[in-house]
Design a protein around this ligand. Structure first.
Ligand SMILES: [Zn+2]
Length: 491
């Protein structure tokens, strides 16, 4: 995600926008999701079902499967989870509005199964298995549900111009040997998500006044009266999202063999925005490894923050203006590499996707001088911003926690999160680049991308790749940045 940090933007002309946004998958055997959803624009509600062919890729016999019910973060019980108090008026311009997901029925292998809602604001679904599911075995879990969308400019909700379906269906929690299912909750900081790559077939019914932007290939659309049904497939993606709007205009182009589509309604330079997305796909492809999917959708939306990434689809807020809009497109597109293809636990190791993505954004501008924003400007701006943050924070709260490796709910405030993960992330990776040189640095990143494509990586994994490429121990260097020990002064 890209959060717009007014704290920084108000001080420096440099458009250091701030932004946001994991998996432990086995490439050989992916789970498969079949989703059917019918959206009613009058009630802002949807009826749906998801059937998951769930593969046990762990080394343990499972007695149950846990699913995230992220829409319940938008329920009355979840009040305060989806945005900070300072963002409430931007999230709910028409006043507070609630939504959520209701579970009606769960079946395992077509037989009624026991289930239970758990966790804060009922954001978890525990499904009991009738018999242990052993490693490498699979089973079919069918869940019937209904959605109520809040009137909210957020990942899940409807605004003035778009209906955003992000994190809208029950999605299996990642299972890790040793610690079990990762059931961390929604938080207003960052992107509190973590999932395995899977194959998706999705069928969506919606009013014919809408155009649909989605995380996959539209394979067919049929019309029944004033209702359209679009069937979409997406292979090896860790999530699925779509956006509806009756105002969308669409421009398209190609990059690295993929169709790049830009859905917009108020952008006065849509061709420029599309060009930025195309250049970003090509630049990151050259630097880290090719974009592996057949399409990429960049979607202007009603969204409280700068932007939000999903596999093959990014949301860009219509509130972002001018040069910042290109910055946010470049940032969200980089997430296709760091979060999308190489996943991670975004709740507990958010630096892995956000710091890498924000630094990759600096690399985009380094490779595109036509935007008049140089790599050096971004890095020196990050130093200035971070030191300013330290100074102000010391004044206001005393000691400042400068660690990066902590969970999202351990950051007390949004500026603390943004400055430590995005801004300090740029400084850390720029320093590392200077220290080991371009050849080893870029070779490490492209190897990391290749080795962990369609899987979930950890901090230990990326350090191990750098150590292999550099031929010496690097744990101390990484950890001193990540644990907050490295001190520095303004350049
Ligand atoms: Zn981000």
């Amino acid at each position: 995600m890209k959060k717009m940090s007014l704290f920084l933007l108000s001080l420096f002309l440099l458009p250091v926008a701030t932004l946001f946004a994991g998996c432990q998958g086995q490439e050989e055997q992916l789970s498969a999701y079949q989703i059917q959803l019918s959206y009613d624009a009058t009630s802002h509600a949807a009826q749906g079902s998801v059937t998951v062919e769930y593969v046990n890729n762990s080394s343990n016999a499972l007695q149950e499967i846990m699913f995230h019910l992220y829409p319940n973060a938008f329920s009355e019980e979840g009040d305060g989870l989806v945005c900070s108090a300072s963002n409430e008026s931007k999230t709910y311009p028409n006043g507070k509005s609630f939504g959520g997901i209701e579970i009606f029925d769960v079946q395992i292998q077509a037989e009624q199964a026991g289930f239970e809602l758990q966790g804060e604001a009922n954001m978890l679904l525990k499904v009991d298995l009738p018999a242990p599911l052993y490693p490498d075995e699979k089973t079919s879990v069918a869940i019937e549900f209904s959605l109520t969308l809040p009137n909210a400019n957020h990942r899940f909700g409807y605004g003035e111009n778009t209906v955003n379906f992000g994190n809208f269906y029950p999605i299996a929690c990642v299972y890790r040997d040793g610690s079990g299912f990762a059931t961390d909750p929604y938080t207003s900081n960052g992107d509190p998500f973590f999932s395995d790559c899977a194959n998706y077939t999705v069928s969506i019914t919606y009013g014919s006044e809408y155009k649909i932007a989605c995380s996959g290939d539209s394979v067919s659309t049929s019309q029944n009266g004033d209702q359209l049904t679009t069937t979409i497939t997406a292979g090896k993606v860790r999530d699925f999202a779509f956006v509806l709007s009756d105002k969308f205009q669409v421009l398209s182009s190609k990059a690295d063999g993929a169709v790049v589509e830009y859905y917009y309604y108020s952008d006065t330079d849509p061709q420029g925005s599309l060009d930025t997305a195309v250049k970003a796909i090509e630049t990151y492809g050259d630097l880290f490894g090719s974009y592996p999917y057949s399409s990429f959708a960049v979607v202007e939306t009603n969204f409280v923050h700068g932007g939000m990434e999903y596999p093959r689809l990014v949301m860009i807020s219509d509130q972002v203006q001018g040069e910042d809009y290109d910055y946010v497109i470049a940032h969200e597109t980089a997430h296709q590499w760091w979060y999308g293809v190489v996943g991670n636990d975004e709740f507990n190791e958010s630096w892995l996707d956000e710091s890498l993505t924000e630094f990759s954004t600096a690399l985009f501008f380094e490779n595109h001088p036509e935007y008049n924003l140089s790599y050096d400007q971004i890095v020196s701006g990050a130093y200035s911003n971070y030191n300013f943050f330290l100074k102000i924070y010391k004044k206001i709260v005393g000691e400042v926690d400068t660690s990066m490796l902590r969970s999202l709910n351990e950051f007390d405030t949004e500026p603390e999160y943004v400055n430590n993960i995005y801004t300090r992330g740029i400084i850390m990776l720029a320093s590392l680049r200077d220290q080991i040189g371009d050849r080893k640095f870029f070779s490490s990143l492209s190897t990391y991308f290749k080795e962990f494509s369609f899987k979930n990586a950890t901090t230990a994994d990326i350090i191990a790749v750098f150590e292999k490429k550099c031929g010496h121990k690097m744990e101390g260097i990484f950890n001193s940045w990540l644990n907050g020990e490295v001190a520095f002064v303004a350049q």
